[in-house]
Ligand binder design. Structure first.
Ligand code: DLL
Length: 435
């Protein structure tokens, strides 16, 4: 049995009341960061804005944007608003380029994060009696500890396996009856692959019924593959370390990620102009935290591309939703002037039954021309079926990619297992032009 809502009062709050709450919180936040952070004071001054200028919710657009660059420039704790001895925890993101970024939490911030996940996990039908296997990395990465606290809060049992040691994960999943698993979608696919090699069927030999999958882009087609091959329901979970870590999921209806509007104010903007796009249009997600005190965020540009949906969900929650993250502004590959998101390539590939679950996109320059190669595994059965015509399969993959992306890609079909697996975020793009 599970409660339908974790916090029914807030989750179903009429939208006007929610906006009023956001407005009050925004006003105090702006005053707070102005009074507690030299960084923000200076930013506000440069933008010519005073805390008193922020009266209505729409005044948020008067505030300056912030970004990962600011975090790097103020490394390690220059954007914090409290003395360091009030910080109860740090998380650090590795940062693929340049300096890592550090986020800090007060006890209240950890509680807010946990509350957000308690609502989210409840919304997908988890609660007491569930065994949630947390296979995100524990430690400096936010995934493991974040999910751990959220799962404990709702009274579920946590199995804190962390990432890696895949065979043992599968044994424990069986022995302790995990009903849900939290990890990246690419790691879940790998767990399923290893389970099959061990002769374990996730569908028949485990109690697993839900996957809490995120931390990297994935597609509807991958969701379908996961659900069809294992019998679980795969839910998207989103968050960034700057915002706290994993925070938001879809509800059981699997139709967009619910963003708790009492905790975060979101905007979707055109990354080039900084102006808001219409609801339903694609743009960059910008977040302002409304209940986060060690390291608050003012109009933080996440770099994530999504679509805002303000229509009320059938589940009864009044908070806005964002659609699946399409990719990051900095992940977008520009090949011969055409923008390509890895998730678009994934959508095409995962619709073709002969194609396996793993792929990589390699972009290089040959003379003056960009060349995109899609390296993709075929399934075991396609590979072992000697009669299968790999040439025509590769032509078909190329044709379908061209249809969707409007560019010609070279397709390289490889045997199952040829592409390296990841226990965390998968590396889907190798851009040799940047090397
Ligand atoms: O990945 C937090 C997290 C942990 C989220 C566990 C979900 C589950 P970072 O390492 O700071 O934090 O990376 C954040 O990962 O800006 C997105 O680009 C990407 N990302 C996270 N969730 C999703 C998702 C964690 N569901 C960055 N779909 C974000 C697509 C995602 N991309």
């Amino acid at each position: 049995m599970f409660a339908e809502y974790w916090n029914p009062y807030i989750e179903r709050m009429p939208i006007e009341d929610l906006h009023k709450l956001q407005e009050e919180r925004l006003r105090s936040l702006v005053r707070y960061v102005h009074d507690h952070s030299r960084f923000y004071r200076q930013r506000f001054q440069e933008a010519g804005v005073e805390p008193d200028d922020i009266k209505k919710l729409s005044d948020v657009t008067k505030l300056p944007f912030t970004s990962k660059r600011d975090l790097r420039n103020t490394y390690p704790t220059g954007m914090f608003c409290i003395p360091e001895n009030w910080v109860v925890r740090y998380h650090v993101s590795s940062g693929t380029t340049g300096k890592p970024t550090v986020v800090g939490y007060t006890q209240g911030d950890v509680d807010m994060w946990t509350e957000s996940l308690a609502r989210a996990l409840t919304s997908i039908g988890l609660g007491r009696g569930d065994v949630i296997q947390v296979s995100y990395g524990y430690g400096l990465f936010t995934g493991g500890l974040g999910l751990h606290y959220g799962a404990e809060r709702i009274g579920a049992t946590v199995l804190p396996t962390g990432a890696g040691n895949t065979e043992r994960q599968i044994e424990l999943m069986q022995d302790l009856g995990s009903t849900a698993i939290a990890c990246t979608p690419s790691y879940f696919l790998y767990i399923n692959e290893v389970a099959q090699k061990m002769g374990v069927s996730i569908r028949n030999d485990t109690k697993l019924r839900a996957g809490i999958l995120g931390a990297e882009p994935w597609s509807e087609e991958t969701r379908k593959r996961i659900e069809d091959s294992t019998g679980i329901k795969a839910y998207d979970i989103f968050g960034t370390s700057e915002m706290s870590g994993p925070l938001f999921t879809e509800c059981h209806l699997q139709n967009g990620i619910h963003i708790w509007a009492d905790l975060f104010l979101i905007e979707v903007i055109d990354p080039k102009t900084g102006m808001r796009v219409e609801d339903g249009e694609r743009g960059e997600l910008v977040v302002t935290s409304l209940d986060k005190w060690a390291f608050p965020l003012i109009r933080y540009k996440t770099g994530d591309i999504t679509i805002l949906n303000n229509e009320q969900c059938e589940c009864g929650r009044t908070h806005p939703r964002i659609m699946r993250i399409l990719g990051r502004t900095d992940d977008m590959i520009i090949v011969r002037g055409i923008n390509v998101f890895p998730s678009q390539v994934e959508s095409v590939l995962m619709r073709i039954p002969e194609i396996g679950d793993n792929y990589q996109i390699i972009v290089d320059r040959k003379g003056p021309l960009d060349v995109m190669t899609v390296k993709v595994e075929v399934t075991e059965s396609t590979f072992s079926d000697k009669i299968a015509d790999l040439m025509s399969l590769s032509r078909e993959v190329g044709r379908q990619l061209k249809n969707v992306l409007n560019i010609t890609a070279e397709v390289e079909l490889v045997e199952p297992g040829a592409i390296p697996r990841s226990e965390g975020k998968a590396q889907r793009v190798i851009d040799m032009r940047r090397v």
